[in-house]
Design a protein around this ligand. Structure first.
Ligand code: URA
Length: 216
């Protein structure tokens, strides 16, 4: 119910800002996912809209129990408008399969919805501008557990600048949801020696999803 009211409010405010005073709406115009997607696709809150080819909104099961959060689209994602479709995406697919799930069963989104030129790190002001979209996606999916991929995703969700080494290997709580932080798949491709620790994180993620207590 609250999703519907919030979406309606956003839609009406957007229309008011455009000077529209009278309108007819299709019944699916109130769908909170459609409202959010429209807002993100028209976003110009930071400079990245100038260089993006496609907005990468997010993909997967909008009622998933597990949500993966990456950093920002790369070149391939920017071309196709889908998250994690490049080399790092192939590894992410394998990580998801390793916990006995398929990509279509989880929801995948990024902190930034537009590609930073040359795949540079997101700037703090870009994260600030874009993170409300991610938080709204989390509010709508209501996952049981979020898996943050890398320091930027972990830090954004947990509101910290601690290094990844201090964030991974444990269960956090943020935005009403459990959060497990692990390495970004692109970092794992560069450092295959970290895969054993990543596997421990994935097992922790699966245990939390299954609702099991960590046995000591
Ligand atoms: N890296 C990310 O963080 N996200 C993507 O969608 C692709 C690569």
């Amino acid at each position: 119910m609250m999703d519907w009211i919030e979406s309606t409010r956003r839609l009406l405010e957007a229309q008011r800002d455009m000077g529209i005073r009278e309108f007819w709406v299709r019944s699916d115009a109130w769908d909170p996912w459609k409202v959010l997607r429209r807002e993100v696709e028209g976003c110009r809150k930071c400079q990245l809209w100038r260089s993006r080819r496609r907005v990468v909104f997010g993909a997967g099961d909008t009622e998933a129990g597990i949500m993966f959060v990456g950093e920002a689209p790369g070149e391939e994602e920017d071309l196709r408008g889908e998250p994690f479709v490049g080399a790092a995406g192939e590894l992410l697919t394998r990580m998801i399969r390793a916990i006995r799930m398929e990509r279509r069963e989880v929801y995948i989104a990024n902190v930034l919805k537009c590609r930073p030129p040359g795949n540079r790190d997101p700037l703090p002001e870009e994260i600030e501008a874009c993170k409300p979209y991610l938080f709204r996606q989390i509010e709508l999916v209501k996952p049981k557990v979020i898996c943050a991929l890398g320091r930027i995703a972990g830090g954004t969700l947990l509101g910290t600048s601690l290094p990844l080494s201090r964030l991974r290997g444990k269960v956090h709580f943020a935005l009403g949801t459990k959060v497990v932080v692990t390495f970004h798949p692109a970092a794992l491709l560069r450092n295959p020696g970290w895969k054993r620790q990543a596997w421990e994180d994935m097992k922790l993620l699966r245990r939390e999803y299954d609702g099991l207590e960590l046995r000591r």
